[in-house]
Ligand binder design. Sequence first.
Ligand code: ATP
Length: 303
Amino acid sequence: MTTLNIDHVSRWFGNVVAVNDITMTIGPGVTGLLGPNGAGKSTLINMMGGFLAPSTGTVTLDGQQVWRNESIYKHIGIVPEREAMYDFLTGREFVVANAELHGLGAKAAQKALATVEMEYAQDRKISTYSKGMRQRVKMASALVHDPSLLLLDEPFNGMDPRQRMQLMDLLRRMGDEGRTVLFSSHILEEVEQLAWHIEVVVAGRHAASGDFRKIRRLMTDRPHRYLVRSSDDRALAAALIADPSTSGIEVDLAEGALRIQAVDFGRFTALLPKVARDHGIRLLTVSPSDESLESVFSYLVAA
Ligand SMILES: Nc1ncnc2c1ncn2[C@@H]1O[C@H](COP(=O)(O)OP(=O)(O)OP(=O)(O)O)[C@@H](O)[C@H]1O
């Protein structure tokens, strides 16, 4: 069993607070670290992996401090976001070099290359690899010492759908084997597909935590804003405002549309077409006006 404990961890760079008093526990299985760009995910992962010291707070793995604790690194595998690799090496040479750093030999490297299904291309130079192949070789390097904690920073970035599916299968397998796998992403659907558990960070703070149903619910239960155009905006506004699912309606004269704030997503989306039908009003445009992930995240932080 491998449990990572992040206890009141903050990290700042000069006067930029990248991670602000985060406390979370990551257990076995696959966890998704979800947050928009700049949320502090990489900084957090670097502290989890022992690459970076927290400014305050502690990161421990099964009770042992991670920072400056060499004995613990053999339990941790980390796949960084950055692309840089020694392109002039073959995939096999790259993984063997990493195995040697851990005091292991070619056999461990071979096993890791087999796990990521890269044996077929192991003797080609990395410079000839696709993004997905590079990612898999990075994975093999991270797995060479058979770590119980695997940390991956935005591993799906730039992958095509097939490569994404292959990596998802591999991470799922690692989670099923009882490893603690944490990957970061700024894409909700990606995290939903793979993670048993989700931790949301926004602007350096811990915003929410739970399984994907809970995170989805938090996201759909927030107030939603819509821009609606119809054949009779005033009559539609009058009919909608009477219902408790609608908390505010503004007539936007410049846009020639209604700006509606709904507090009950499910009820409002059923109500709108019904009200229009009952009053003989034609709906011309119905578009969500704040569906960006950023707005969802800022709602979660404010909650
Ligand atoms: N070495 C550093 N020096 C100065 N500021 C930094 C450093 N590393 C990170 N930051 C800042 O800390 C904040 C969080 O960055 P971080 O890279 O951890 O976020 P992220 O969620 O991983 O975002 P992305 O997905 O864009 O990499 C950002 O404002 C970033 O500019």
